[in-house]
Structures are given as C-alpha cells and as structure tokens.
Design a protein around this ligand. Sequence first.
Ligand SMILES: Cc1cc2nc3c(=O)[nH]c(=O)nc-3n(C[C@H](O)[C@H](O)[C@H](O)COP(=O)(O)OP(=O)(O)OC[C@H]3O[C@@H](n4cnc5c(N)ncnc54)[C@H](O)[C@@H]3O)c2cc1C
Length: 399
Amino acid sequence: MKYDFIIIGSGIIGLTLAFKLKKKNSNSKILILEKEKDSVQHGSGRNSGVIHSGIYYNPGSLRATLGIKGGIELKEYIKSKKLWIDECGKLLIPTSENSFHNTENLFQRGIDNGVVVKKLNGQEIKNLEPNINTKFNIGLLIPFTSVADPKEVSKSLLFDLQQMGVDIFYNEQVTKIEEEGKIIFTRLKKYSCEHSFNCSGLQSDIIAKSAGLEFRYSFLPFKGKYWKITDPNFKLKHLVYPIPDLQYPFLGLHSSHKRDGTFYIGPSSTPVFGREHYHWNDKLKFTEAVSLALSFALKILKNENKLRSLAIQEAKLLTKHGFIHEMKKLINNISSTNIKPSLEKIGIRSQIFDPLSKTLVNDFVIINQKYSTHVLNAISPAWTASFAFADHLIDLAKI
Ligand SMILES: Cc1cc2nc3c(=O)[nH]c(=O)nc-3n(C[C@H](O)[C@H](O)[C@H](O)COP(=O)(O)OP(=O)(O)OC[C@H]3O[C@@H](n4cnc5c(N)ncnc54)[C@H](O)[C@@H]3O)c2cc1C
C-alpha cells in the first residue's frame, strides 16, 4: 500500500505527529515504522516526565515557543484523558555563587518568555519546603511546572492512533531513505509515501545521512543517570531544581517523582560512547565507540564549550560521596544511606554538536526537504513540546 505519510520512530514526536496529521486530515494514510518492540524504549520512556514551563530557553527559540505552547496542550491532553498528573510547581534554588548570579537572569528570561514566576526569600522557601538549603536566601517558584507519566501518555496516544486507523509496525528498522524521502527501506521491506518524517531520536542523524543529507553537526550523546531515594519518609511537595548554567542545554541534578511516591534525583550528564549504551553490559559498536570517544576527548582537551569543566563536574558525581555533596547544596535531608542508583531510569540525550560555533546545539534542529522532514536534536523539553512540535513539523512540510 502507498501511504501519504511515513513516520520513522514512535517516540513522543512520532506519535503526536501522527495524531496531528490525522486530526488535520482523517482520510490520510499514515504508517509509523518503529525498530523496537514498543514505543518507550528510548527518550520518551526514560525521561523525568516533567512538563516544563519554558523559563530556561532563549526567547524566540523553538525550545521556548514550542515548549510553552506544547506544555499547555500536553496538560490539556492528559487531563482530557484522565491520566496522572501532579501540578506540584517547581522551586529553582541557587547552589553556588555562579548559580546565585544567574538567578536574576533566569527570572528575567522567564518574564520575557511570559512564564508566571515568583521570587521567594529563604523564609518563604522554607515555608513551602522545610528541607531546602536556603544558603543564598533566594529562589524562584514556577507554579505551572508539573510531572506526569511519559509511558502512560504514549500508551494513551497509541490507543487514539489505533482508533484513528494509523498503522504502526514494530520491529521494523529503517535502513535508508531514497527518492528524496518517498521510498523507505527497512531490513526486509520497501515502503512508499508522499512525504516521510524522520523522528528517530538517537538515530536521526544516521537516518538523515542515509537520505543523502549533508550537515555540519556531529552527534554527542550524554547519559542521564538517576538515583532513587529509598527513605520512605522522604517527601518534597514541589519539583526542586538548581538554577542552571544557561550556556549548557542541561538543567542540573533535580528531584522528580512518580505517582507511587517514589522520588528520584538526576539526571547526570555523562559522556557516553554508544547511542543506546544504557547499561555497562549493553553491547558497544566498536567503530561508533571509538569515534565518540575521540570526539569527546578532543573537545574535552580543547575545552570547547567549557566541556572540560563540565566533564570534571560530572566526574565528581560518579561517586556516591560526590553526588551527596552536590545534592546537599539543594536538599538538606538526604544522606548516602538513603539513596541507590536507579537501574530502570537511565536516559541518553540525542544531543548534537556544532563544529562551527564549537558549542552543544541549544535548540531543536529541523531539516525540511521537499518530500522529507528530519528532526535532529530533539532534546529536552521535546517531550513537553511534542504537540506543538508536531504542528510545527506539519507547517514546515506545508501539509
Ligand atoms: C534523562 C532525560 C530526561 C529528560 N527529561 C525530560 C523532561 O522531564 N521533560 C521533557 O520535556 N523532556 C525531557 N527529556 C527529553 C525527552 O525525553 C526527549 O526530548 C523526547 O523523548 C524525544 O522524543 P523523540 O520521539 O524525538 O525520541 P525517542 O523517544 O527516542 O523516539 C525515537 C524512536 O525512534 C525509534 N528509531 C530509532 N531509529 C530507528 C530506525 N532506524 N527505524 C525505526 N525506528 C527507529 C526508536 O526506537 C525510538 O522509539 C529528557 C531526556 C532525557 C534523556
């Protein structure tokens, strides 16, 4: 069968895109090709589940515009489907002199982005969360920020897509794209369509290159590990985050929680030498590992985008002692006897690096061609942004 649209990848971007395409034209024939056995094996099933407000991002950037619009729409979807959501709000706390000096910048960025954000003094923070470290006597409160269950959202979208008549083929790994996007090859089959969308997350650059696309970016994945809090009495009413260094696309170690009351702290931002190398015993592809190791090593040696400083900072978090030391800057009632590494909650960011500016790319990157659209750098907050992200892809593809 010839399809109108083929979507590669059934992460949150692929699912919301199919949903929006069908809403726009219910007669369109849509196929999603997914290499895994389900839709939540990578970023969309491994994230913190935080619906971000949009405070962090450069005004006018895609992360800001799509993040803010998408966050509102994601909440509406979750509520309309009666899925779990905790509209707990977020506290942002400075954890160092540098972070303290960034507080005002972040507050201003929030105002510029139209985010509701309130400055609090130490006592006001203590009234909300008694166990927060208020050394700098200031913090920001963002009431919009919420936490939901990413796997539940994907499951609900999959149910909707089934009702809408979207085909999803699992265990179908796309190997290359031909005829400017109209022919898609998997290991054993060939599919055709009017327009294809490459939403393959950690593999997007490889798929784009298989279509003959040339771009200057290189792939630079960072692993995010979480620690689980084992103390059953540990509780935070809000999400608690540090005021981050805005030059990096990472938000710093923060709290998150699930509906069963389990609390996590993470994610780290550790260089990793395999795109899907979540656990030490996962297979590494030799050529990929060597090329990523070299790429990281060169950037760290040259301290491009201050990656050496980031690597040193991250190395300290690899030990329990270093991790607790860092966390005490944020939360008082945490101790090394009450945490253990979380094996089930590890994610890898599909981060790209720009050799021209020598920086980690800080915004979503979309390459639109006549018959194909490629999503690169779908980093956080792409989960929050997904519904608006899908509209944006449809607009770019002029559908
Ligand atoms: C540790 C961590 C924490 C995060 N926390 C948050 C958060 O709290 N809030 C937020 O908004 N964002 C967060 N993010 C970001 C968010 O998870 C991602 O931006 C989002 O999930 C990206 O979705 P995606 O659909 O692009 O990618 P993915 O979810 O990775 O989906 C891509 C899909 O493509 C499939 N695929 C790959 N190659 C092929 C192929 N060749 N053929 C067929 N299928 C293929 C994959 O199997 C996968 O299912 C976090 C990310 C990480 C890593």
